[in-house]
Design a binder for this molecule. Structure first.
Ligand SMILES: C[S@@+](CC[C@H](N)C(=O)[O-])C[C@H]1O[C@@H](n2cnc3c(N)ncnc32)[C@H](O)[C@@H]1O
Length: 246
């Protein structure tokens, strides 16, 4: 479960800033629109949406996130934050003009059902935008390749529920009856170990893998020592998909 400072840190990176700005531009909300942010977390993107939209609704199933999102948006008019499950949105049919879900589908029990809910609440002609990483594409350098691969596999199988939903988004959106307007992928590159460690949870995941028996303590120590020794690179593919409801 992501914590609030982690989400703030990701949003503050150059890569986080860039893809969030691109999602907002694709949705192009106006004062005539009701905009929904599914899995809004601590309200990371609600102020930017509220600055453009007529009404902004954030939804998250975690009461701690909802409380923080409400605190951050308390001074903004026409923002509501609801505690609810993305699989059963507490909104009427055809009541939303724009929707977004940012790194949420990777965590939900049934991404297709959430997309079907998005279709239900969108008005005809309404747009929705999604961004999801594809954790199978996580690469780091330097460090032993096999250890890095084992860690990426562990992340995919034991840590993130829908670790490759990024590549599945266009197909799932079409299965949900949404028309795909654009599907793009970017691979932001991090050259600073500390920043990459914060965003990708390299140390945290490596420690979990040791506890689970997937990697030995010696393998992880050696790997982390190599990563912090000098020049460094980490990257992951981030998929962004914009859909329209016909
Ligand atoms: C990685 S965080 C992203 C938060 C925010 N969108 C951002 O970009 O900072 C994922 C969020 O989705 C929420 N979430 C996960 N599963 C959910 C579900 N089934 N229904 C509603 N919210 C959910 C989590 O509580 C968390 O706040």
């Amino acid at each position: 479960m992501a914590d609030i400072s982690y989400l703030d840190d990701v949003a503050a990176t150059r890569a986080g800033h860039d893809y969030k700005r691109a999602l907002l531009a694709a949705l192009a909300p106006t004062g005539a629109h009701t905009v929904l942010d599914i899995g809004c977390g601590p309200g990371t993107d609600l102020p930017a949406l509220a600055a453009l939209a007529g009404t902004t609704v954030g939804v998250d199933h975690d009461p701690t996130m909802v409380a923080e999102a409400r605190r951050r948006t308390a001074a903004l008019p026409d923002v509501r934050v609801l505690t609810a499950d993305a699989h059963a949105l507490p909104l009427p049919d055809h009541s939303v003009d724009r929707a977004r879900a940012d790194r949420v589908l990777q965590h939900v029990a049934d991404p297709l059902r959430v997309l079907t809910e998005v279709r239900r609440v969108l008005r005809a002609g309404g747009l929705a935008a999604f961004a999801e990483p594809d954790w199978e594409t996580l690469v780091v350098d330097p460090g032993d390749l096999d250890t890095g691969r084992t860690l990426a596999r562990y992340l995919r199988t034991d840590v993130v529920r829908n670790a490759v939903v990024g590549r599945q988004l266009p197909r799932l959106a079409e299965e949900a009856g949404l028309e795909v307007r654009s599907a793009t992928a970017t691979a932001p590159v991090f050259r600073d170990f500390t920043e990459a460690d914060r965003v990708f949870g390299l140390t945290r995941t490596a420690e979990r893998a040791v506890r689970a028996g997937g990697l030995t303590r010696a393998e992880v120590d050696q790997w982390l020592t190599a990563l912090t020794a000098g020049p460094f690179l980490a990257s992951v593919v981030l998929s962004a998909v914009v859909v329209v409801k016909r």
